[in-house]
Design a protein around this ligand. Structure first.
Ligand SMILES: N[C@@H](CCC(=O)N[C@@H](CS)C(=O)NCC(=O)O)C(=O)O
Length: 207
Protein backbone atom coordinates (compact mmCIF):
# COMPACT_ATOMS: atom_id res chain seq x y z
CA UNK A 1 0.00 0.00 0.00
CA UNK A 2 1.71 3.22 -1.11
CA UNK A 3 0.90 6.40 0.75
CA UNK A 4 1.70 9.90 -0.45
CA UNK A 5 0.98 13.16 1.31
CA UNK A 6 0.73 16.21 -0.92
CA UNK A 7 1.69 19.31 1.05
CA UNK A 8 2.47 22.98 0.55
CA UNK A 9 5.56 24.89 1.71
CA UNK A 10 6.78 23.95 5.19
CA UNK A 11 6.90 27.62 6.14
CA UNK A 12 3.48 28.55 4.79
CA UNK A 13 1.05 25.66 4.91
CA UNK A 14 -0.41 25.27 8.38
CA UNK A 15 -2.97 22.67 7.23
CA UNK A 16 -0.22 20.57 5.68
CA UNK A 17 1.73 20.85 8.95
CA UNK A 18 -1.24 19.39 10.87
CA UNK A 19 -1.79 16.39 8.60
CA UNK A 20 1.95 15.69 8.36
CA UNK A 21 2.24 15.70 12.17
CA UNK A 22 -0.56 13.14 12.45
CA UNK A 23 1.09 10.80 9.92
CA UNK A 24 4.48 11.10 11.57
CA UNK A 25 2.99 10.62 15.06
CA UNK A 26 1.22 7.46 13.88
CA UNK A 27 4.52 6.26 12.42
CA UNK A 28 3.04 5.92 8.93
CA UNK A 29 5.48 5.22 6.13
CA UNK A 30 4.75 7.79 3.41
CA UNK A 31 6.23 9.82 0.63
CA UNK A 32 5.80 13.55 0.28
CA UNK A 33 4.99 15.59 -2.78
CA UNK A 34 5.49 19.29 -2.20
CA UNK A 35 3.85 22.08 -4.15
CA UNK A 36 4.92 25.68 -3.70
CA UNK A 37 2.01 27.90 -2.74
CA UNK A 38 1.37 31.41 -4.09
CA UNK A 39 2.89 30.69 -7.49
CA UNK A 40 1.16 31.25 -10.83
CA UNK A 41 0.78 27.52 -11.42
CA UNK A 42 0.03 26.47 -7.82
CA UNK A 43 -3.63 25.67 -8.41
CA UNK A 44 -2.95 23.79 -11.62
CA UNK A 45 -0.25 21.72 -9.90
CA UNK A 46 -2.40 20.89 -6.87
CA UNK A 47 -5.31 19.91 -9.14
CA UNK A 48 -3.13 17.18 -10.66
CA UNK A 49 -3.39 15.42 -7.28
CA UNK A 50 -6.36 16.87 -5.43
CA UNK A 51 -9.70 17.91 -6.98
CA UNK A 52 -10.34 20.36 -4.13
CA UNK A 53 -7.40 22.49 -5.29
CA UNK A 54 -6.12 22.50 -1.69
CA UNK A 55 -3.35 20.83 0.27
CA UNK A 56 -2.93 18.62 2.18
CA UNK A 57 -4.18 15.59 0.26
CA UNK A 58 -3.48 11.97 1.04
CA UNK A 59 -3.15 9.58 -1.90
CA UNK A 60 -3.52 5.92 -1.18
CA UNK A 61 -4.33 3.06 -3.51
CA UNK A 62 -6.27 5.14 -6.01
CA UNK A 63 -8.19 7.32 -3.58
CA UNK A 64 -7.58 10.95 -2.69
CA UNK A 65 -8.47 12.18 0.76
CA UNK A 66 -8.31 15.91 0.92
CA UNK A 67 -8.71 17.98 4.08
CA UNK A 68 -6.47 17.75 7.14
CA UNK A 69 -9.20 16.58 9.53
CA UNK A 70 -10.47 13.86 7.17
CA UNK A 71 -6.88 12.68 6.69
CA UNK A 72 -6.39 12.62 10.46
CA UNK A 73 -9.57 10.62 11.03
CA UNK A 74 -8.53 8.18 8.31
CA UNK A 75 -5.13 7.66 9.92
CA UNK A 76 -6.80 7.19 13.32
CA UNK A 77 -9.01 4.42 11.97
CA UNK A 78 -6.28 2.79 9.88
CA UNK A 79 -3.75 2.76 12.74
CA UNK A 80 -5.79 2.30 15.94
CA UNK A 81 -2.70 1.21 17.85
CA UNK A 82 -1.21 4.69 17.35
CA UNK A 83 -3.90 6.20 19.65
CA UNK A 84 -3.96 9.55 17.89
CA UNK A 85 -7.30 10.12 19.59
CA UNK A 86 -7.53 9.62 23.37
CA UNK A 87 -8.74 6.14 24.32
CA UNK A 88 -11.26 7.20 26.95
CA UNK A 89 -14.55 7.89 25.12
CA UNK A 90 -15.49 11.09 26.97
CA UNK A 91 -12.04 12.61 26.54
CA UNK A 92 -12.02 11.50 22.91
CA UNK A 93 -15.35 13.29 22.33
CA UNK A 94 -13.99 16.48 23.89
CA UNK A 95 -10.77 16.23 21.86
CA UNK A 96 -12.82 15.75 18.69
CA UNK A 97 -14.98 18.77 19.51
CA UNK A 98 -11.89 20.94 20.09
CA UNK A 99 -10.25 19.73 16.86
CA UNK A 100 -13.48 20.43 14.95
CA UNK A 101 -13.75 23.91 16.50
CA UNK A 102 -10.18 24.67 15.41
CA UNK A 103 -10.76 23.23 11.97
CA UNK A 104 -13.96 25.15 11.25
CA UNK A 105 -13.50 28.27 13.35
CA UNK A 106 -11.16 30.90 14.73
CA UNK A 107 -11.40 32.83 11.51
CA UNK A 108 -10.29 36.09 13.14
CA UNK A 109 -7.12 34.51 14.54
CA UNK A 110 -6.44 32.83 11.22
CA UNK A 111 -7.03 35.99 9.21
CA UNK A 112 -5.36 38.56 11.46
CA UNK A 113 -2.49 36.39 12.63
CA UNK A 114 -1.23 34.67 9.55
CA UNK A 115 0.98 31.61 9.74
CA UNK A 116 4.45 32.23 8.38
CA UNK A 117 7.42 30.45 9.87
CA UNK A 118 10.02 32.31 7.85
CA UNK A 119 8.43 35.72 7.66
CA UNK A 120 9.41 37.20 11.00
CA UNK A 121 7.43 38.77 13.80
CA UNK A 122 4.62 41.09 12.93
CA UNK A 123 3.30 43.72 15.34
CA UNK A 124 -0.43 43.93 14.92
CA UNK A 125 -3.23 45.71 16.76
CA UNK A 126 -5.58 42.83 17.43
CA UNK A 127 -9.33 43.31 17.13
CA UNK A 128 -11.72 42.46 19.96
CA UNK A 129 -12.94 39.48 17.96
CA UNK A 130 -9.41 38.14 17.62
CA UNK A 131 -8.72 38.67 21.33
CA UNK A 132 -11.95 36.83 22.21
CA UNK A 133 -10.91 33.90 20.02
CA UNK A 134 -7.47 33.81 21.65
CA UNK A 135 -9.15 33.60 25.05
CA UNK A 136 -11.42 30.80 23.78
CA UNK A 137 -8.33 28.86 22.62
CA UNK A 138 -6.73 29.25 26.05
CA UNK A 139 -9.96 28.03 27.65
CA UNK A 140 -10.04 24.97 25.38
CA UNK A 141 -6.43 24.11 26.19
CA UNK A 142 -7.03 24.53 29.96
CA UNK A 143 -10.27 22.55 29.98
CA UNK A 144 -8.81 19.63 28.02
CA UNK A 145 -5.75 19.40 30.23
CA UNK A 146 -7.90 19.63 33.36
CA UNK A 147 -10.38 16.95 32.34
CA UNK A 148 -7.72 14.61 30.93
CA UNK A 149 -5.27 15.24 33.78
CA UNK A 150 -2.51 15.79 31.22
CA UNK A 151 0.46 17.84 32.32
CA UNK A 152 2.05 18.11 28.87
CA UNK A 153 -0.09 17.82 25.75
CA UNK A 154 -3.83 18.47 25.69
CA UNK A 155 -5.08 14.94 26.35
CA UNK A 156 -2.10 12.77 27.22
CA UNK A 157 0.20 11.73 24.40
CA UNK A 158 0.51 13.96 21.32
CA UNK A 159 -2.50 13.39 19.08
CA UNK A 160 -4.80 14.91 16.47
CA UNK A 161 -6.13 17.58 18.79
CA UNK A 162 -2.56 18.76 19.47
CA UNK A 163 -1.72 18.70 15.76
CA UNK A 164 -4.71 20.97 15.11
CA UNK A 165 -3.41 23.57 17.57
CA UNK A 166 0.33 23.42 16.81
CA UNK A 167 0.21 26.17 14.14
CA UNK A 168 -1.67 28.33 16.67
CA UNK A 169 1.26 28.00 19.08
CA UNK A 170 3.49 29.43 16.35
CA UNK A 171 1.02 32.18 15.53
CA UNK A 172 0.97 33.20 19.21
CA UNK A 173 4.76 33.25 19.26
CA UNK A 174 4.99 35.26 16.09
CA UNK A 175 2.50 37.88 17.30
CA UNK A 176 3.87 38.03 20.87
CA UNK A 177 0.74 36.68 22.56
CA UNK A 178 1.43 35.97 26.25
CA UNK A 179 0.34 32.47 27.17
CA UNK A 180 -1.10 32.09 30.70
CA UNK A 181 1.49 30.54 33.05
CA UNK A 182 -0.37 27.23 33.60
CA UNK A 183 -0.35 26.66 29.82
CA UNK A 184 3.35 27.32 29.32
CA UNK A 185 4.12 23.61 29.90
CA UNK A 186 1.85 22.76 26.95
CA UNK A 187 3.60 25.27 24.68
CA UNK A 188 7.01 23.96 25.82
CA UNK A 189 5.93 20.37 25.12
CA UNK A 190 4.79 21.33 21.60
CA UNK A 191 8.04 23.16 20.87
CA UNK A 192 10.10 20.20 22.12
CA UNK A 193 8.08 17.55 20.24
CA UNK A 194 10.58 15.93 17.82
CA UNK A 195 8.31 15.97 14.71
CA UNK A 196 7.57 19.67 15.30
CA UNK A 197 11.31 20.36 15.50
CA UNK A 198 11.79 18.34 12.31
CA UNK A 199 9.16 20.39 10.43
CA UNK A 200 10.75 23.64 11.68
CA UNK A 201 14.11 22.45 10.41
CA UNK A 202 12.59 21.69 7.00
CA UNK A 203 10.99 25.14 6.99
CA UNK A 204 14.31 26.79 7.85
CA UNK A 205 16.01 24.96 4.99
CA UNK A 206 13.32 26.19 2.61
CA UNK A 207 14.49 29.82 2.67
N1 LIG B 1 -9.94 22.75 5.26
C1 LIG B 1 -8.73 22.43 4.51
C2 LIG B 1 -7.97 23.71 4.24
C3 LIG B 1 -6.86 23.49 3.25
C4 LIG B 1 -6.23 24.79 2.79
O1 LIG B 1 -6.84 25.89 2.84
N2 LIG B 1 -4.99 24.68 2.32
C5 LIG B 1 -4.27 25.81 1.74
C6 LIG B 1 -2.80 25.78 2.17
S1 LIG B 1 -2.57 25.83 3.93
C7 LIG B 1 -4.27 25.69 0.24
O2 LIG B 1 -4.24 24.60 -0.29
N3 LIG B 1 -4.32 26.81 -0.48
C8 LIG B 1 -4.31 26.74 -1.91
C9 LIG B 1 -3.55 27.83 -2.54
O3 LIG B 1 -2.85 28.55 -1.82
O4 LIG B 1 -3.66 27.96 -3.76
C10 LIG B 1 -7.91 21.41 5.32
O5 LIG B 1 -8.15 21.26 6.51
O6 LIG B 1 -7.07 20.71 4.75
Amino acid sequence: MSTTLVIGDFSKSSWSFRAWLVLVTADVSFETVQIKLEEKDTRERILKYSPSGKVPALLQDGIVINDSLAISEYIASLYPEAHVWPQEQRIKALARAAAAEMHSGFTHVRTQMSFGLNTGDTPEVLTTETKDEIQRIFDIWSDLRKVSGSTQFLCGDFGIVDAMFVPVVFRFRRYGIAVPAPLQAYVDAVLAYAPVEQWLQLAAEEI
